[in-house]
Design a protein around this ligand. Structure first.
Ligand code: NAD
Length: 329
């Protein structure tokens, strides 16, 4: 589907990924981008950089209210399903988390059907593979749950259900869909809700206070980070491409250890502080990967023509610049 002149809706758009995607769609000539968010986690301030942009509509709404969603979807060509409880909010409130991640997403699919929208892009996650895997993770890798904290398994399972609901709507009603499984997303408008993303923002927030960044364990654990602007481009490309009924990994594709990440933050801030190592058990809900893994994004290149463009040094520099201008309350 062409992006220029079309209308799109993003549930849960007043946050990290949605704020980048709204900008990407407007830059590509979308006639309207409706942000549909109940602002339970997100905030209008996440869209402040788009203030005054023609075509941006912010609509406070709850994905649990099907009639409101159907109303918001009138005249919309394509929807992005982003509203979700990630691992940390899921661990605090699995009742609402299950409602939003499963029924809320199903409501959006139903609103797409009723409003005759053409396509939906679902924000899935590497959590759909579980944690603790080693080797190369491709779209065929099964869900691994052994030793994983319950909230992370529950979150990953809701993403698997969400993917299957897309497939069900595609099969029954002909709705086009694509599932994008993001690795850990970081960038401007970073929040504290995704367990793995904390490594960057926590490190910076501590360094800004003159405290050393903390690494749990020896810091040899690896992570895959993908810049939010690159993720937004992948979402826009998935909507714009003829591709349908595909599940695709969206990752940075280059592993980095948690220690190297903390050291990168120290280097970019010009700090003389040294990384502090702590007992892994003291870090709350952490998603440890005892083994090195590679989160393969080859299919994204083959199917969508997408590759990440922003290297981690540049992405972390942008995140830090944004955080300096937007210090924590
Ligand atoms: N951030 C990451 O590292 C990451 C990684 C993999 C996948 N994802 C997925 O990408 C999507 C976007 O991620 P994000 O980091 O921007 O998420 P986020 O948690 O910041 O945003 C979710 C948004 O959903 C909204 N929301 C919650 N309940 C709602 C409801 N009932 N009705 C309407 N809106 C509601 C919140 O207010 C928030 O703005 C999510 O689906 C997430 O699971 C994110």
């Amino acid at each position: 589907m062409q992006i220029t002149g079309r209308r799109f809706l993003i549930t849960g758009g007043a946050s990290l990924v949605g704020s980048h995607l709204a900008e990407e769609l407007l830059d590509q000539g979308a006639a309207e981008v409706v942000i549909y968010d109940n602002l339970s986690f997100g905030a209008e301030s996440a869209l402040a950089h788009l203030k005054g942009r023609k075509g941006l509509t912010i609509r406070r709404g709850d994905v649990m209210k099907l009639h409101d969603l159907i109303d918001a979807m009138q005249g919309v060509d394509g929807a992005f399903s982003f509203a979700a409880f990630m691992t940390l909010p899921m661990s605090r409130d699995p009742w609402t988390g299950l409602d939003v991640n499963i029924r809320g997403h199903q409501n959006l699919l139903e609103a797409c059907r009723v409003a005759a929208a053409k396509k939906i892009i679902f924000a899935s996650s590497s959590a759909a593979y579980g944690y603790g895997l080693q080797g190369t993770i491709t779209e065929d890798t099964p869900f691994h749950t052994k030793g994983v904290p319950p909230a992370a398994v529950i979150y990953g399972a809701t993403k698997i259900i969400g993917e299957q609901l897309c497939a069900d709507y595609g099969a029954k009603y002909g709705l086009d869909w694509a599932v994008l499984r993001f690795s850990t997303v970081y960038g401007e408008r970073q929040h504290y809700r995704a367990a793995n993303a904390l490594y960057i923002i926590e490190a910076y927030d501590r360094v800004a206070k003159g405290e050393p960044p903390v690494v749990y364990g020896d810091g040899a654990e690896t992570k895959d980070f993908v810049y939010a602007g690159d993720v937004a481009r992948a979402c826009r490309m998935a909507m714009g491409a003829d591709v349908t009924r595909e599940t695709v990994n969206i990752s940075g594709g280059k592993e980095i250890t948690t220690k190297a990440l903390a050291e990168l933050v120290l280097r970019l801030t010009g700090s003389n502080l040294k990384v502090e190592h702590r007992d892994p058990a003291s870090g709350g809900v952490r998603l440890t990967s005892a083994h090195a893994f590679h989160y393969d994004n080859g299919k994204a290149k083959r199917v969508l023509g997408w590759e990440p463009k922003v290297p981690i040094e540049e992405g972390v520099r942008r995140l830090i610049e944004w955080r300096k201008a937007n210090p924590p309350a």
